[in-house]
Design a protein. Sequence first.
Length: 136
Amino acid sequence: MENRIFYKGNEGMIVKNRIPTVTVAISAFNEGKNIDTFLKSVLSQKEKKFKLEAIWVYNDGSRDNTVDIIKSFITKSTKIKLFDDKKRLGKSARLNQIYQSLKSDFLVQSDADTIWSHPLVLYTGPRKLYSTLRLS
């Protein structure tokens, strides 16, 4: 599955001389076998012309070790935040929660089985968007 990039902006305006912020977010259900690799690949991203503000994981009622793995990463990085109400609401409900909570300029919504194998995915993926907004 491909990553989806959303631009929230500051009421449609770019603030000059400010580095844009990015939040990476996923909805996870029983992703114990994938979440470790996913989080490592996101944390390995080079911050180039943006600031990785947060990595949000919305647990969607997982019954495996997903939450334990995420908690082990939280001790290593303050950027990772776990949202876990222990309920199974479904991906669309979790995505709505993500969109409503967003404070960053950009949101990259991904899936836990996605591996960002290159350290500049967060830069090269939305580069055209950055350029259009005169951020590059």
